[in-house]
Design a protein around this ligand. Sequence first.
Ligand SMILES: Cc1cc2nc3c(=O)[nH]c(=O)nc-3n(C[C@H](O)[C@H](O)[C@H](O)COP(=O)(O)OP(=O)(O)OC[C@H]3O[C@@H](n4cnc5c(N)ncnc54)[C@H](O)[C@@H]3O)c2cc1C
Ligand SMILES: NC(=O)c1ccc[n+]([C@@H]2O[C@H](COP(=O)([O-])OP(=O)(O)OC[C@H]3O[C@@H](n4cnc5c(N)ncnc54)[C@H](O)[C@@H]3O)[C@@H](O)[C@H]2O)c1
Length: 448
Amino acid sequence: AQMGADVVLLEGHKMGGDCLNYGCVPSKALIATGKAAYGQRHSAQYGVADAAGEVDYAAAKDHVADVIAQIAPVDSQERFEGFGVNVIREFGRFISENEVQAGDTVIKARRIVIATGSSPLVPPIKGLDGVPYETNETLFDLREKPGHLLIVGGGPIGMEMAQAHIRMGCKVTVIEGGKAMGKDDPELAAVVLDTLRDEGVVIEEDAKATEISGTAGAIEVQAEDGRVFSGTHLLMAVGRKANTDKLDLEKAGVKPSKNGIEVDASLRTTNKKVYAIGDVAGGLQFTHVAGYHAGVIIRSILFGLPSKAKTSHIPWATYTEPELSQVGMTEAQAKEEHGSAVEVVRFHYNHNDRAIAERKTKGFIKLMVVKGRPVGASIVGYQAGELINLWALALANNMKMGQIAAMVAPYPTIGEVNKRAAGAYYSPRLFENVWVKRVVGFVQRFVP
Ligand SMILES: Cc1cc2nc3c(=O)[nH]c(=O)nc-3n(C[C@H](O)[C@H](O)[C@H](O)COP(=O)(O)OP(=O)(O)OC[C@H]3O[C@@H](n4cnc5c(N)ncnc54)[C@H](O)[C@@H]3O)c2cc1C
Ligand SMILES: NC(=O)c1ccc[n+]([C@@H]2O[C@H](COP(=O)([O-])OP(=O)(O)OC[C@H]3O[C@@H](n4cnc5c(N)ncnc54)[C@H](O)[C@@H]3O)[C@@H](O)[C@H]2O)c1
């Protein structure tokens, strides 16, 4: 709209979507509560007496609601109308290849973008429909503190909420069908999982939930192998389902895929006038990916220019403490793709002076480098989600390691971890190189 296009935005539920109302924003606000409580209980190491870190669960939810309210104006109907967008607060559904109906309004459009997101997947587990359970759509409104929260699913939602809740004083059991944090490098995931276990979270792996029973306050989850877990509350965090039910896709000739809607590299669906972006496109499901997709299709829709989405430079982070972040290939992926051409360099937080001062020395960075260029970075540790930004820049621009090593980082910052990791790539080349030693020896002896 700000570039002069005639735009109609349909929103059937809350402006701001999942991220603002049920996802990133409330989860990070609740993680902040957990961190504050944990900080009080572990402050003696800084010379400040430890305190109880007692959490008022309902007050924590007020804090969550206030954080959402502070960000909401950015996603509000008023703001978008101010840009000249015609906002209609109705669910849309296709009635033809280029028409969408929203309430009583029919909109005929040159191009249509499906950005309907995803919802919590609730699998058909025996007994689940008869038991009260939370999802990310209800958890942030829950005001009674769970005595013992059972979380089915050990992905990012499960692990972030497990740590937030143990720190808020709940008992927590995570029931994971495969490996917890299974989409991440297992070496880094282990650092996070060990920390959560040390804090008291019970993480049961290879425990696929197959039967659920009980009533409010007394819930039992049974795993395939017969293990039984009891708790007071249940959070289902087993993945997402694309929001396509209401769309009548077939009327527009838009083909669904296994995880959402089928799209080509330019995010066009099987109807070339219709695009699908964000979670509903069925790829990586992150807010920054949805935003990136929007940028890709704006180029094509408004300027008619070719534009393709790629994934090789997309970072992600899980906001446990320590955080875990990734961009590009993991070590295993890089070795599969590039074989022995991959060099893996590491740098540990316990050699970073600022991390020592802050007592945040757990964790490390691992870089995968091919022919002098990074192809992947994995970080577990304090502020890993912030540190990955540099490597996201490097991968997006195909930068060389030398360009990173040339950067001067202020001392003492956690960000020096990045610079030192780049340095670790050059160390053997400089310090274990006979030619370097010969040249230096020659200069010492003969150059005045
Ligand atoms: C608990 C949780 C934590 C998360 N944390 C993070 C995080 O820290 N970082 C991160 O990057 N990502 C995070 N995510 C993922 C992130 O929320 C999603 O990737 C992101 O919201 C996707 O954006 P979207 O625009 O595709 O969809 P959404 O944000 O879901 O928006 C889709 C909108 O479309 C509306 N809609 C649906 N159908 C129709 C229709 N037919 N007509 C009109 N409107 C319709 C919906 O009401 C909704 O408002 C988290 C998700 C969850 C659940
Ligand atoms: N920090 C972030 O960026 C962030 C945080 C939260 C969520 N998200 C996004 O939301 C998406 C959804 O998160 P999620 O954690 O729900 O999904 P997920 O798909 O990443 O993890 C779900 C987990 O549930 C397990 N599972 C499935 N069925 C099971 C069963 N019957 N019993 C036991 N375990 C079972 C799976 O093995 C998997 O490990 C993420 O993939 C991510 O894209 C991002």
